[in-house]
Design a protein around this ligand. Structure first.
Ligand code: PMP
Length: 433
């Protein structure tokens, strides 16, 4: 407990807010960190708490161009002050943004549907894949997360509630090397799952993958990783859905989309989180030919999806990504950071693997002998230790033993150095007497 009366007063305010939150928000909500951060303001890579303390944000991919980016905020406010209607009216902003977004996709990916959330985009991908293939079975990875709607929660084993009857799970690509080519191995897993599905009388409709396998523990894998799996699902009559909600918009530093690294062209791509830098806009991109079966029978209207403010905001996000060369920055700073963390690992026996691409880094921790803490407890301790040092990260993976480092894309060398110093300290605390 802090000493001065001013400190006690502010702790009291945060405590009160916590109690009001508990009394009003449903019990399904969760807060990050053993000691929650009461944030009141964001700017660039920084978050500020109610006491004015400054935190380096190395976690939030939603604010991909930085918190409260002035250009994005100005575009949002200007459009909100002029017009905000939905897609049943003809508006310049929606078509302008659709045209601009589609320049980042190669043929035949030539149509977009706007939604508000990644869950809605994946839910729609489910409906479109079924309509296009006539199949109904979906293959997902063992600890996948694809959303919160009834259908997408059923495709999200990481929620811990099992999966829907139409879903088969496969282990994600091996992260730490089993001796086999991880892409071939993953392709074989997809083939087996599709065969088992067909044997049970279920026609495969799709393989859906987060292209950085974030909830499976951050597995960027070697370039080309997804190619064999894409071939297998198509051979089985299904389509490949690339869930770019985590990896998309340049985070992996190697092109705009996670699948770019793997030389595959998905049949359906879903987008979300970073698309509006915090304004709710998400979407689905596919080809007119794939969508036509669904479109001929169904009308799709999403009241807020693709409204003029959403599209003006998302367009400003692309301005910043392009003008500030944030994809190249993600690659340069991310690669340096990943290598420096790998160097740190030599001093910290708890670190079992450092992986990722661009500004999406996973640091896997392993238990240190039977007497030491579990890897899950160690990861929690490191995340809390960083929070105490005013640096924010999270965890990933089925055992939550992978440190998840996923900062806004303008992360600088100096930011990376600050993170490294704090990480060194927090890892050091694991073995401190
Ligand atoms: N897919 C992936 C890979 C995600 O990480 C998320 C969100 N964490 C979603 C889908 C769902 O997005 P939303 O929360 O916007 O519904």
């Amino acid at each position: 407990m802090s000493g001065s009366s001013a400190e006690r007063a502010r702790d009291g305010r945060t405590q009160q807010l916590l109690e009001r939150r508990r009394a009003t928000l449903a019990s399904s909500y969760r807060l990050f960190y053993s000691s929650p951060v009461h944030v009141v303001r964001g700017e660039g890579v920084w978050l500020f708490d109610a006491t004015g303390d400054q935190y380096l944000d190395a976690y939030n991919n939603v604010a991909c161009v930085g918190h409260s980016h002035p250009r994005v905020v100005a575009a949002m406010a200007e459009q909100a002050g002029r017009l905000n209607t939905h897609t049943r009216y003809l508006t310049d902003e929606t078509v302008d943004y659709a045209e601009r977004l589609l320049t980042h996709f190669a043929a035949p990916l030539d149509r977009v549907v706007f939604t508000c959330t990644g869950s809605e985009a994946n839910d729609l991908a489910y409906r479109m894949a079924r309509a296009a293939t006539g199949g109904e079975g979906f293959i997902v990875t063992d600890n996948a997360y694809h959303g919160v709607s009834a259908v997408t929660a059923g495709m999200s084993p990481s929620l811990g509630l099992g999966v829907a009857a139409f879903v088969r799970t496969v282990p994600p690509p091996t992260a730490t090397g089993s001796g086999r080519d991880p892409g071939e191995e993953f392709g074989a897993r997809v083939r087996d799952a599709a065969e088992q599905m067909a044997a049970a009388g279920v026609r495969p409709a799709a393989l859906i993958v987060d292209t950085v396998f974030a909830s499976d523990g951050v597995i960027a894998g070697p370039p080309g990783l997804l190619r064999p799996a894409a071939e297998e699902i198509r051979r089985a009559g299904g389509v490949l859905i690339a869930d770019e909600v985590q990896a998309g918009f340049g985070r992996l530093g190697d092109g705009m989309w996670g699948y770019d690294r793997h030389g595959v062209r998905p049949d359906i791509v879903t987008l979300g989180k970073p698309m509006g830098n915090g304004y709710p806009i998400a979407g689905l991109v596919s080809s007119e030919s794939l969508m036509s079966e669904f479109g001929s029978r169904a009308r799709y209207f999403n009241t807020f999806g693709g409204n003029a403010v959403a599209c003006a905001t998302a367009s400003a996000v692309l301005d910043v990504i392009e003008n500030d060369q944030l994809i190249a920055n993600a690659m340069r700073v991310g690669t340096r950071l990943r290598r420096a963390i790998a160097d740190l690992a030599a001093r910290h026996p708890a670190v079992a693997d450092v992986r990722g691409s661009g500004l999406f880094i996973g640091v896997e921790l392993a238990p240190e002998g039977a007497a030491g803490p579990s890897a899950t407890d160690a990861a929690r301790a490191v995340v809390d230790g960083l929070r105490d040092r005013r640096v924010l990260i999270g965890t990933a993976g089925p055992s939550a033993n992978v440190l998840k480092i996923r900062p806004p894309l303008p992360f600088s060398d100096a930011n990376a150095d600050q993170l490294l110093e704090a990480l060194d300290g927090a890892l050091g605390d694991l073995t401190a007497p």
